[in-house]
Design a protein around this ligand. Sequence first.
Ligand code: GUN
Length: 298
Amino acid sequence: MDQKLLKGKPVTEAVYNRVSQNLAYLKEQGVQPRLTVVLVGEDPASQVYVRRKGKACEKLGILSDTVVLPADISEHHLLDKIKTLNADSRNHGILVQLPLPANINEEKVIMTVAPQKDVDCFHPQNVGLLVSGNPYMLPCTPAGIVEILKYYQLETQSRHVEVVGRSNIDGKPMVNLLLQKNTSANATVTVVHSRTQHISDHIRRADIVIAAIGQPNFIKKEQLKEGSVVIDVGINRIDADNEKGYKLVGDVDFDDVYDTVSKITPVPGGVGPMTIAMLMQNTLTAAAAQNNIKLPSE
Ligand code: GUN
């Protein structure tokens, strides 16, 4: 086995075991967790992600619905649909797949999802709880990255983690998770982004680099400290001479950095599968909270 590769699969298995225990417990209490995923339009990548979310629910025994809405739906109609889902007590989690068509204000959509059902941890109330150190829900991809680091016994405590990218989905919540006061976090975190000067100087000081930029093969070996750990959040489609006509690559140039790093997540098969595993956990967290139940393992 390649000792350098931080594969997501064994980590998802450990998470799914925990989720299954929690699910059995909720069902014993008469609660049948349900997740609704809303997909607006026909973006091919979003269609793939939404399908995977439904499949993960099915495999575990979580009820799920996928609501597919046309790309030209008005913002008003979409917000109404979300309000209906908020009011349905059989439905515990709501996820609106991003990105949304340009005519729809993403922030309004995020604000409309009931905080208790916000399994993405995007609502300002849930972001606020995370920032203040008392999270209700953990953001899926960042929480999945913490699970990977824990599983492979890569300490973040007192180490320098560089987060590359400042998106609301990945970079910013990653920073907030790593700043939590617990032994799975306690990191010294710095962030670089598209307006940072001398970006490489910062990245080269880090023990752990978390790349969430959305630019294929952006990070090269010259930018990394020898022996650093690299977590690659990027999933970029680039043209390729194969049947599909494309292949997936990360934000880090894997082949270029391979000899420099001590550990690295592959793309695909690294961080990607973690997001859905954590979404399953969040669905149960939401179902438990809405029924005043404390889960046995979180
Ligand atoms: N689009 C890309 N990643 C995500 C995610 O984690 N949640 C949602 N809702 N949309 C996304």
